[in-house]
Each structure stands twice: as C-alpha cells, then as structure tokens.
Design a protein around this ligand. Structure first.
Ligand SMILES: [Zn+2]
Length: 132
C-alpha cells in the first residue's frame, strides 16, 4: 500500500493498482472533506464531477480517486463534499455517483451489488441501498 497524495484531512492510497481516498482523521456529519476544483467542461469524462445541469468539473487529486459506493459516506453540496455520516480515521471515503451525475461518461458496475451505475436518469434498483 502506497500513499500517492495527501493533505491534512485525506490521503490517496494505492493498493493492487487501485487508488482510493482514505480519511486521515474522524469527521462529524456535515464536516467538509474536500472541494471540487478544476477546469469546467461541458462534456463529462470518467473523472469529472457534475455540479449543475450543464457544468462538469474536470477534477484532479484527490477527488478523482473517490470510488463509488451506493451508500457512500459523503455528499456534494455546490462545489464541496461533506460527510453524510460520521467517518472514522482510516475509513474509505466514497460517494454514490448516481447522486451527482445525470448520465455517466463511462458506466461501470457497483462492486458490491453488481448493478450498472449510469447516473440518476436510469431507473435501476440498487440492492446495496437497501442493505444499509
Ligand atoms: Zn451497489
């Protein structure tokens, strides 16, 4: 396991070729985790984050390495991510891509429920949302 990026709140770790965002301290619900910064683009790509109907932000580290989880622990409010629930030191930071993206540039399967994550236009049911 290698740390490839960090600030005082979070770090990007790489393990078996997969990068993920890990908390470096605990966060209370509502605390800001990181900001969505980068060039504004009109056409989404696999790393961009949708911030309005027509604006996507071409984010860099660390936001580009936040992995999907149907019941992720952060939410996007305007241009920043905030804790949706208490996050402990060492927890992976994840968010539900269906919440921010209308249509994903590249669909992928949720690694837990296997459902295709496509953006919130799709009407798929996500079993992992019912588990949590
Ligand atoms: Zn899922």
């Amino acid at each position: 396991m290698v740390t490839t990026w960090e600030d005082e709140k979070v770090k990007v770790k790489e393990e078996n070729g997969i990068k993920s965002l890990i908390s470096k301290r605990s966060f209370l619900k509502g605390e800001q985790i990181c900001c969505v910064e980068g060039e504004e683009i009109k056409i989404p790509n696999r790393y961009s984050v949708q911030v309005s109907d027509s604006i996507h932000v071409n984010v860099k580290e660390p936001v580009m390495y936040i992995n999907h989880k149907c019941d992720g622990n952060i939410q996007l409010i305007e241009r920043a991510f905030y804790a949706l629930k208490q996050i402990q030191l060492g927890d992976e930071i994840t968010f539900n891509y269906n919440e921010t993206e209308i249509v994903l540039a590249e669909e992928f399967k949720c690694f837990r429920c296997g459902q295709l994550v496509k953006g919130h236009k799709s009407k798929a049911e996500f079993p992992c949302l019912e588990i949590s």
